[in-house]
Design a protein around this ligand. Structure first.
Ligand code: 1CP
Length: 344
C-alpha cells in the first residue's frame, strides 16, 4: 500500500523516482536563525536542549511549520552521541563543540565507551514523538562521519586546518584506525537508533572531509564512512552523504555507499551530477545568496533547479547550512519558489 510518507517528494527524489515537485529543506533550518528558536533557547544550554525531548520536538518542528519544507532534520548535534556515552565535552555558544581532554593515544580511544540504545533513550523518545507529529513529512536522522567527529576529538574543538587530526592519520595509523573504528561504531549505532524509532532518511555529515586529498580520503577515511553507510543499508531508508569543499571527493563519497550526495555551492551542480555516478544529488544554492535581493536569489535558485533536472533525483538545499543572520522570510520565499517552479 502506498503511504503518503513513503511517497513524500523528498523520499521519492532521494530514491531517484519522479516526485510531484522538487523537494526542499535546509541544512541548519532548525535553530540559529529563527526568532521562535532563540526565544525557546533563552537560558537553556545547547546540550540541554538536545537532551530534552520536549525541546527537541518543538525545535525540529519550527521550520516545518514556518516554511512548509519537505523534510524535517532532527535537532541535535554531531557530538551528541559522544556526550551520551560519557565524553567530557560542551557545545559553547559562538564556538561549537569543545572536548575537555583531546584524544591522542590508543588508551584515550579505548576509554571511549561504545554506544548502546540505552545511552540515547531521549533520542528514541524524541524521534517517536516527532514521527507522530510530522505525519507525511519525512524526518531525517543524522550522524557525524568518522573524520569530522575525529577532528573535534583530536583537536579538542573547532579547527581550520585539522593539523593534529591529519598528523595522527598519517603519523600514527594504528591510533587513527582505532579511533575511526570507535567513531564508526558509535555513528552507525546512533543512526540505527534513529531509524528504529522511525526516521525515514539519514544524513552522514562529513563536513570537514574537504580538507583531504582524494588519495588520503580513499585510504584513511572512506573505509570507515562506508562502514557507517553499510551498517544501515538494509533498511529502506535513503542515505545522504554530505561534506563541504568536497568537489574532488564527490565520486568517492558516492561510492562510499550513499544514495544521495550533497554538493556544496563551489561545484556547478551539473558537474556534481556528472561526478556522483547516477546517484541523486542534494544542493546547492550558495547560503549567502539569501542576503541578496529576492529576485537575485530566485534567479540563482532557478539555475540550480534547471541543473537538477539532469540528475536521477534532486533535493534542493543550500550548499551548506543556513547562516545565523538569515532572514527567515527569504527562506520562506525560496521554499515557495522551489515548490511553484518545479511542480509537475
Ligand atoms: O537544523 C539544524 O540545526 C539541525 C541540527 C544540527 C545539525 C544537523 C546542529 C545544531 N548541528 C548539526 C550538525 C553539525 N554540528 C555539523 C555538521 C553540519 C554542518 O556542517 O553544519 C557540525 C560540523 C557540527 C559541529 C558544530 N556544532 C558547530 C561547528 C563548529 C566548527 O567547527 O566550526 C557548531 C557551531 C555547533 C553548535 C550547534 N549545533 C547546532 C546548533 C543549533 C548549534 C549552535 C549552538 C547554539 O545555538 O547554542
Amino acid at each position: 500500500m502506498p503511504s503518503p510518507l513513503h511517497d513524500a517528494p523528498f523520499l521519492r527524489a532521494a530514491r531517484g523516482e519522479q516526485p510531484s515537485h522538487t523537494p526542499v529543506w535546509f541544512m541548519r533550518q532548525a535553530g540559529r536563525s529563527l526568532p521562535e528558536y532563540r526565544r525557546l533557547r533563552e537560558g537553556i544550554t545547547m546540550l540541554e536542549s538536545c537532551m530534552r525531548p520536549d525541546l527537541v520536538v518543538e525545535i525540529t518542528l519550527q521550520p516545518v511549520r514556518r516554511y512548509g519544507v519537505d523534510a524535517a532534520i532532527f535537532f541535535s548535534d554531531i557530538v551528541l552521541p559522544l556526550k551520551a556515552v560519557g565524553v567530557d565535552l560542551d557545545i559553547k555558544p559562538g564556538v561549537g563543540p569543545v572536548v575537555a581532554e583531546p584524544v591522542r593515544t590508543l588508551a584515550d580511544v579505548a576509554a571511549i565507551p561504545d554506544l548502546t540504545p540505552e545511552h540515547v533513550d531521549f533520542v528514541t523518545e524524541s524521534v517517536r514523538t516527532l514521527v507522530g507529529e510530522l505525519g507525511a513529512t519525512p524526518l531525517i536522522g543524522f550522524a557525524g562521519a568518522p573524520f569530522t567527529v575525529a577532528s573535534y576529538l583530536v583537536e579538542g574543538g573547532p579547527s581550520k586546518d585539522h593539523a593534529r587530526t591529519k598528523a595522527m592519520m598519517l603519523g600514527a595509523p594504528e591510533v587513527w584506525a582505532a579511533l575511526m573504528d570507535k567513531i564508526a561504531g558509535i555513528s552507525a549505532a546512533y543512526l540505527e537508533v534513529q531509524i528504529a524509532a522511525g526516521a525515514s532518511a539519514v544524513q552522514l555529515f562529513d563536513s570537514w572531509a574537504g580538507a583531504l586529498s582524494p588519495s588520503d580520503y580513499a585510504a584513511s577515511v572512506m573505509p570507515w564512512s562506508a562502514r557507517v553507510l553499510q551498517a544501515v543499508a538494509a533498511h529502506d531508508v535513503p542515505r545522504i552523504h554530505f561534506g563541504v569543499g568536497t568537489g574532488e571527493l564527490l565520486g568517492l563519497m558516492g561510492e562510499a555507499g550513499a544514495d544521495v550526495v550533497g554538493v556544496d555551492w563551489r561545484v556547478p551542480l551539473a558537474d556534481g551530477i556528472a561526478r556522483v555516478g547516477g546517484r541523486a544529488v542534494q544542493g546547492n544554492l550558495d547560503p549567502t545568496l539569501v542576503f541578496t535581493p529576492t529576485e537575485v536569489m530566485l534567479a540563482r535558485a532557478a539555475e540550480v533547479l534547471r541543473a537538477g533536472e539532469q540528475a536521477s533525483g534532486h533535493v534542493f538545499n543550500l550548499g551548506h547550512g543556513v547562516l545565523p543572520d538569515t532572514d527567515p522570510d527569504q527562506l520562506a520565499r525560496l521554499t515557495d519558489f522551489v515548490h511553484e517552479t518545479s511542480a509537475r
